[in-house]
Design a protein around this ligand. Structure first.
Ligand SMILES: NC(=O)c1ccc[n+]([C@@H]2O[C@H](COP(=O)([O-])OP(=O)(O)OC[C@H]3O[C@@H](n4cnc5c(N)ncnc54)[C@H](OP(=O)(O)O)[C@@H]3O)[C@@H](O)[C@H]2O)c1
Length: 300
């Protein structure tokens, strides 16, 4: 009960233990070599004495050399081999051993680093900084299109109707803004539309034009138009598909008619979109087809 508390022995680090064992082995090897050397010296003296005193009268000669010199020579070779093993081969402890040591050192360093990190975190806690997640930009991305009753858009790179009042509306809505379009729609214009910044989507990295800014994906197109509070996606079919993912509003001119076309406006889920307004325009002497100006907005 009142006995002295047993002193705790600190645990020996396995790395240090292995190094100590290794050093002990090296000492033993060197000691063994030294003993070998001493025995060799004594043996050599002994052999010389035996040869000179006992066999001086009729010495045994092999290939012109006395036997004891042969014996000493072979022994010396053994001694040199022994020394080579101790000082050269065993000194280099082999790649496996070195690799193990290296891994252990890395482990130790990592342990130290994480301990230091913990310590720093405790002593100097970081202020509770909130990372600012960019809010949705205060702008409306609008798709603008004219589509027939079955979503027809155009054929052979052109429209299949001529509706001047729809052009007029398109012009008044898009003027002063960025207009994002596919390369094919861009090339369908005789010349770039005035007072609008054209952003042309293409997968061709070498595509060049003086008529607008060339980009290779919708994110880049929207980034180029980031200063615009209402950029417009103006088609054609391929680009409207991309646009459906990002648009907030669709200005759709629904043309009352069926047409033979090769390009269509994509189907959109009417549950995700709400019809905000619709304005009818009758057919007349300037317009072969009646149509409605529909404004759809994405339901949040
Ligand atoms: N009714 C309307 O309101 C309306 C409006 C616009 C156009 N249109 C009509 O639509 C037709 C053209 O439409 P379209 O679908 O054939 O062609 P488009 O959408 O105008 O352009 C297609 C091109 O856009 C590029 N593109 C497509 N997806 C891309 C992506 N993910 N990343 C980078 N680039 C991409 C490719 O260009 P590269 O081949 O160079 O890689 C592709 O060939 C024409 O008939 C036109 O008159 C109608």
């Amino acid at each position: 009960m009142f006995g002295r508390k047993k002193k705790e022995t600190p645990a020996i680090d396995p790395l240090q233990k292995e190094m100590i064992e290794n050093a002990q082995r090296r000492i033993k090897e060197k000691r063994g070599l030294f003993t070998h050397f001493v025995v060799f010296l004594v043996g050599a003296v002994g052999l010389i004495i035996i040869s000179q005193v006992l066999m001086s009268v009729d010495p045994i000669v092999i290939l012109g050399i006395e036997w004891w010199i042969w014996v000493l020579f072979v022994w010396l070779l053994f001694l040199i081999y022994h020394a080579f093993k101790v000082f050269i081969t065993n000194r280099l402890l082999g790649p496996e051993w070195e690799k193990r040591q290296y891994e252990r050192l890395v482990e130790k360093q990592q342990e130290r680093i994480s301990k230091l990190e913990e310590k720093v975190a405790q002593q100097h806690p970081l202020p509770d900084v909130k990372i600012a997640i960019p809010e949705k930009q205060n702008r409306t991305i609008t798709m603008i299109a004219a589509a027939g009753a079955n979503n027809e858009l155009g054929k052979d790179g052109d429209l299949v109707w001529h509706l001047p009042d729809d052009f007029k509306r398109f012009k008044s809505l898009t003027t002063g803004h960025h207009i994002i379009m596919g390369r094919k729609t861009f090339e369908s214009f005789p010349k770039p539309l005035p007072n609008r910044t054209h952003i042309i989507l293409t997968r061709d990295p070498n595509y060049k034009t003086d008529g607008g800014i060339v980009v290779h994906n919708m994110e880049a197109a929207l980034a180029v138009a980031s200063g615009d509070e209402e950029p417009f996606i103006i088609g054609g079919g391929e680009i409207y598909k991309l646009g459906l993912e990002v648009a907030d509003r669709i200005e759709l001119t629904r043309v009352h008619g069926s047409f033979e076309v090769d390009t269509y406006f994509p189907e959109f889920d009417e549950k995700q979109w709400k019809l905000i307004s619709s304005e009818s325009h009758p057919a007349d002497d300037r317009h072969q087809y009646a149509f409605d100006f529909e404004t759809w907005e994405r339901v949040e």
